[in-house]
Write a protein of this length. Structure first.
Length: 319
């Protein structure tokens, strides 16, 4: 697989380009990205993607936007989909361009696009005033073909970043796991050092922070599955500010690995949320907190057993 390269200058040859914000790189996004990558491989083109920097789009469709993936997480997923070149400017750099200028400067000028791929709801140009049909018209003038990729459905509903944000931020107890294609649950991040309380209480934990402006799922405790370089492990994840042991107000995901021993500090891990157990609570003391953690582990094992989704530890490493 070719390594992803961020570009600022025109490509050396023609390309097949995927267009979109790609926040979370969910299954619908992946269909667009892989269509472009497959086309590029078939026709001897470079595979490219146009997107915006994650933290540069504070408002979308008139609403404040908390992004799902950091730029680094997004780039990892684009590369996994077969994309070789990406142009990822801040939104402010291009937001004033009209549709014709975007196609001329970015698609024709920078990417030397021959084939362009997008979803049916793709809009571009100042105030998102141009749509897929406009893109086709510009393509006919500038020498690139436009391919509209069908949406991916789950239970008859279109998978979208918006529905994933809503589900992650307001997931209710007992609703089960994340919606299909949920991006929040797939994020690869480096494990960082926490307060080391887990080690002193014989509970192996990993800590993964959230970036400023990134969407944080509903505070509470989840049954989870953690993918590591050493394998895949059932786990319990607490998302929140850890009010019993910390006065910090920055949220993070602290995950307790079941049936694991080892050191994962500074290694990439992916935490997949499966089921909401309970809301975040502040306990009178650390001893009561750890009694509850033991109960959370017991409840998680029971849920995994009942749902018949338990993953044997160590079955698979990073995919």
């Amino acid at each position: 697989m070719a390594k992803l390269i961020t570009i600022e200058q025109p490509l050396e040859r023609e390309s097949a380009v995927a267009l979109g914000f790609f926040d979370g790189v969910h299954l619908g996004h992946r269909a667009v990205l892989r269509a472009a990558a497959d086309c590029a491989a078939e026709k001897g083109l470079l595979s490219g993607a146009f997107t915006f920097a994650a933290d540069s789009v504070p408002v979308k469709q008139g609403r404040t936007l908390s992004y799902l993936y950091t730029d680094r997480q997004k780039m990892q997923e684009l590369e996994a989909c077969g994309i070789e070149r990406v142009y990822c400017p801040p939104f402010s750099q291009l937001c004033a361009l009209d549709g014709a200028a975007f196609c001329r400067d970015v698609l024709a000028g920078l990417f030397h696009a021959r084939e362009v791929f997008c979803g049916g709801d793709f809009h571009f140009g100042a105030k998102a005033a141009w749509d897929v049909e406009s893109l086709r018209q510009f393509g006919a003038e500038m020498g690139f073909a436009v391919h509209q990729v069908a949406p991916v459905l789950a239970d008859g509903e279109k998978i979208s970043s918006g529905t994933i944000r809503q589900a992650a931020a307001g997931r209710q107890t007992g609703t089960g796991g994340c919606p299909a294609g949920c991006a929040v649950c797939r994020a690869w991040e480096m494990v960082v050092h926490g307060a080391a309380l887990g080690r002193t209480h014989a509970v192996p934990t990993i800590n993964i922070p959230f970036a400023t402006g990134q969407l944080v799922p509903r505070y509470g405790v989840y049954v989870s599955r953690t993918h590591t370089p050493q394998g895949c492990f059932d786990s319990v994840t607490d998302i929140g500010v850890k009010p019993t042991v910390s006065e910090a107000q920055l949220p993070a995901a602290e995950t307790f690995l079941l049936d694991f021993s080892g050191d994962l500090y500074e290694q990439p891990c992916r935490v997949e949320l499966l089921h909401f157990l309970r809301g975040e609570r502040k306990f009178p003391n650390v001893e009561q907190l750890y009694r509850q953690i033991a109960q959370d582990q017991k409840d998680s094992r029971e849920w995994l057993k009942q749902s018949e989704t338990e993953t044997p530890a160590g079955r698979a490493g990073l995919q």
